[in-house]
Design a protein around this ligand. Structure first.
Ligand code: ADP
Ligand code: 5GP
Length: 185
């Protein structure tokens, strides 16, 4: 059985990480495992507990974090986010490619604890395009959009910490580059 590996995908909110990864999963349902994160933010319309995220309240999240149940965790735009550890260990042992879609602080923690993880940064063609994608998505309040754009600048400035940067301009091209990074690099 081939060895499993850990892939970290990071990039500003609204850049298209979810869109790209969903397409990838449709193509390779048997090889890829997406980590389901936990968060203290409220579910968006259409999101389900246990599918997009485990939606835990702050007390529950902090209790699990303090018990060491997360591989990494971070605060982002006023909410806590974290990767439950146990499903990741299990999937890697089964030889799967495990994908964590997480923000910068968490990616840095994984770089320390799993130095062999491949870290991929998804960048927007420009800040203007990022902002219009965030707005057109219509999922976040104006206050959340402001916080997310603030984080975006910090994240883009750290892109050089990653093994590869993919610019999500044309979706099909970005998807091809992501596929190559996952299966051939
Ligand atoms: P993220 O998961 O990074 O927060 P999403 O996948 O939710 O971002 O994408 C944000 C918005 O941008 C969505 O409305 C999505 O349809 C759109 N989008 C994603 N990739 C592209 C692209 N290459 N060109 C144009 N729009 C895109
Ligand atoms: P959103 O609220 O838009 O779903 O996610 C906000 C940010 O949190 C995104 O940058 C996303 O990648 C990041 N995120 C999602 N899950 C995790 C996680 O488990 N850990 C960390 N550190 N960040 C996460």
């Amino acid at each position: 059985m081939s060895a499993g590996k850990l892939i970290v995908v990071t990039g500003p909110s609204g850049v298209g990480k979810g869109t790209l990864l969903q397409k990838l999963l449709e193509r390779y349902p048997d090889r890829l495992i997406f980590s389901i994160s936990a968060t203290t933010r409220s579910p968006r319309t259409g999101e389900e507990h246990g599918r997009e995220y485990f939606f835990w309240d702050r007390a529950e999240f902090e209790q699990k974090r303090d018990a060491g149940e997360f591989l990494e965790s971070a605060e982002y735009a006023g909410n806590l986010y974290g990767t439950p550890r146990q499903p990741i260990d299990q999937a890697i042992a089964l030889g799967k490619i495990v994908i964590l879609e997480i923000e910068l602080e968490g990616a840095r923690q994984v770089a320390q604890s799993f130095p062999d993880a491949q870290r991929i940064f998804i960048a927007p063609p420009s800040m203007e395009i990022l902002e219009s994608r965030l707005r057109d998505r219509s999922t976040d309040s104006e206050a959340q959009i402001t916080k997310r754009l603030h984080h975006a600048k910090l994240e883009i400035a750290a892109a050089n910490e990653f093994n590869i940067t993919i610019i999500n301009d044309d979706l099909a091209i970005a998807l091809q580059q992501l596929e190559k990074a996952l299966f051939h690099d």
